[in-house]
Design a protein around this ligand. Structure first.
Ligand code: PHE
Length: 337
């Protein structure tokens, strides 16, 4: 009888499996109603009295051993099964993919940060503007052909979607006293055919600086600083005479081409320069329209398209990419800004 107990102890110790069905079969074989250990317990009354104590102890140990073994193997097998379902809590976490800012936001934030560093504040205004703020105060007389430069979406005869953020600068000049140093980023609207180079909605940053003795030299240095910060230390700028109703004199600003370093290539059409913005000295009429004494104060203004700057900086050849929200395009702009 004791030999039988010993034999079963060996069997329990030797058993190993990671299969839950096999483990259950083993449990039934040993501990089930008709199991070997159960059968042995039933023999207890036939054991001679002097062996009863030793036999009882042996069989209790065997039963405990069998139960522990089955539980331990079951636990292991269940752990393994759950690992296969990806529930291993010790596994390293899956990588969390961060979103990307839209390239226009990246560039807008960069422009703002460049001008913040030289003391410009940020001002905003309404996208639906009246004729006064978008045109008349800016020295566009009624019926003046200069209004045709800005293909306007009218809502009512005197109300339109703003065609530039110069309208915000009028609001600032009307409500603040010089010195004024501010930039106005924002969305603007023009009734243009959509192409690789133009869209009916685009974004601008316009700047305004008004104080005593502000000169064209100040304007030029400010723009040179901006161009170097934006496109790199070696960047050169070039000013060409131009016309805007609200500035006199007016100029277009070009930067040296990043691709060929000004030597001439097909991007800059072999001129070595790319146009980035308009600028000029604020016309005294505009200052007077906004209640600023033009015999005391002077100022400069400039305005650029964010799309254009982004296209030059990232060598994007079609403006429509900015509005299509194609993730393959957007994902390329993961950045700190
Ligand atoms: N408002 C002009 C435009 O939208 C840009 C500009 C701003 C030009 C300030 C000169 C001075 O085209």
């Amino acid at each position: 009888m004791l030999a039988k107990v010993e034999e079963l102890v060996q069997e329990v110790e030797g058993f190993n499996s990671s299969n839950l069905d096999e483990i259950e079969a083993f449990r039934i074989k040993m501990l089930g109603k008709k199991g070997a250990i159960t059968a042995l317990l039933a023999e207890f009354r036939n054991v001679p009295v002097e062996q009863k104590k030793e036999f009882g102890k042996g069989i209790n140990q065997l039963k405990k051993l069998a139960i522990e073994k089955v539980n331990q193997l079951k636990e292991q097998a269940e752990d393994e099964a759950s690992n296969n379902k990806g529930l291993d809590l010790s596994m390293p976490a899956e990588e969390f993919e961060l979103g990307a800012r839209h390239p226009l936001s990246v560039v807008r934030n960069e422009i703002i940060s460049i001008f913040n560093r030289i003391g410009y504040s940020v001002s905003e205004g309404p996208e639906i503007e009246d004729d006064w703020h978008n045109f008349t105060a800016l020295n566009f007389p009624k019926e003046h052909p200069a209004r045709d430069m800005q293909d306007t979406f009218f809502i009512e005869p005197e109300i339109a979607l703003r065609t530039h953020t110069s309208s915000v600068q009028v609001r600032i000049m009307e409500s603040q006293k010089p010195p004024i140093r501010t930039i106005s980023p924002g969305r603007v609207f023009r009734n243009e055919a959509i192409s690789a180079r133009a869209h009916c909605i685009f974004h601008q940053v316009e700047g305004l600086y008004i104080d005593k003795d502000v000169s064209f030299a100040d304007l030029k240095q400010t723009l040179l600083y901006f161009a170097k910060e934006m496109f790199g230390e070696k960047t050169k700028i070039r000013l060409r005479p131009s016309y805007f109703p609200f500035t006199e004199p007016s100029a277009e600003v070009d930067v040296s081409c990043q691709l060929c370093n000004g030597k001439g290539c097909n991007v800059c059409k072999y001129t070595g320069f790319l146009e980035i913005m308009g600028c000029g000295m604020v016309d005294p009429n505009v200052l007077e329209n906004c209640g600023i004494d033009s015999s005391v104060y002077s100022g400069f203004a400039f305005g650029m398209g964010i799309e254009r700057i982004a296209m030059l900086k990232y060598q994007i050849n079609d403006l429509r990419h900015f509005f299509e929200n194609d993730l393959r395009f957007l994902k390329q702009f993961k950045t700190a800004y």
